[in-house]
Design a protein around this ligand. Structure first.
Ligand code: MG
Length: 244
């Protein structure tokens, strides 16, 4: 009970910091890195995921996709078996580790975009500790400024577009970034768009687009809970893109 209260207070503190900085801003991300380096087995993604979850459950809240929604992400990745994955919103690299650990395609690659340089550094170190640096590339700057870099990275893997996109960044950018991916040909028939936080805090414009374009985005809705706080409900959407 007290851990739930402490976690909720930590969630509130994070939200205050996030408003000003775009991350916690109170040293929690650095503490997480230290905890992972000390407690997770090097080269073992499951051990890294477990260490992050342990740390987040111990009273310091993190905006990772978390365990419950993470399992939905795991099964969506397993079902699609993608070669090329894009993540919008790296944060500390939890979901990047989770996805990359489940990529079974021999030439698989995950490109993850993060806005904040020192948060990207923390993510890279956590991804490296999990032994997944060769599969994951963390790029800085928003999607709109990385299109050319992304296209040349994809060309090196003989790919042209992403099979799977995990959307977990600024909620106001869900729709414009989806439309940009479509316009630039970075998604194709059958690409999967997995969107976190569609229930909390929500992305009303993307939600309304999904609802008004059921043939373009064939969508499954999964009810879940906010990471590490089971009583705040959240929803993730898993959409299959169809070229019309
Ligand atoms: Mg999220």
């Amino acid at each position: 009970m007290w851990k739930g209260v402490v976690t909720f207070l930590s969630f509130g503190k994070f939200m205050g910091g996030f408003f000003f900085h775009g991350w916690g801003g109170d040293g929690r991300e650095e503490q997480l890195l230290e905890y992972v380096l000390e407690n997770a087995e090097r080269g073992n993604p499951q051990s890294v995921i477990q260490a992050v979850d342990e740390f987040a459950r111990s009273g310091t809240w993190f905006m990772n996709v978390g365990e419950e929604k993470g399992r939905i992400l795991d099964s969506s990745i397993a079902k699609k078996n993608p070669q090329l994955v894009l993540e919008l919103g790296t944060y500390c690299g939890y979901s990047a580790v989770r996805m990359a650990a489940n990529l079974k395609h021999p030439d698989s690659k995950l490109i993850s975009l993060e806005l904040t340089p020192h948060i990207a550094d923390i993510a890279r170190r956590i991804i490296d500790h999990a032994g997944l640096s060769s599969k994951v590339e963390v790029l800085l700057a928003p999607l709109s400024r990385q299109i050319d870099t992304i296209k040349s990275t994809l060309a090196k893997t003989n790919g042209q577009c992403f099979d799977f996109v995990f959307v977990d960044h600024d909620k106001d950018l869900y729709l414009p970034d989806y439309l940009l991916l479509k316009e630039k040909g970075l998604i194709d028939e059958g690409s999967v768009i997995f969107a976190d936080n569609m229930g909390f805090p929500g992305s009303p414009k993307f939600w309304s687009y999904i609802q008004s374009h059921p043939q373009e985005l064939e969508t499954e809705v999964h009810k879940s809970a906010v990471e590490y706080i089971s009583w705040i409900r959240d929803t993730v959407t898993v959409s299959t893109f169809h070229k019309l």
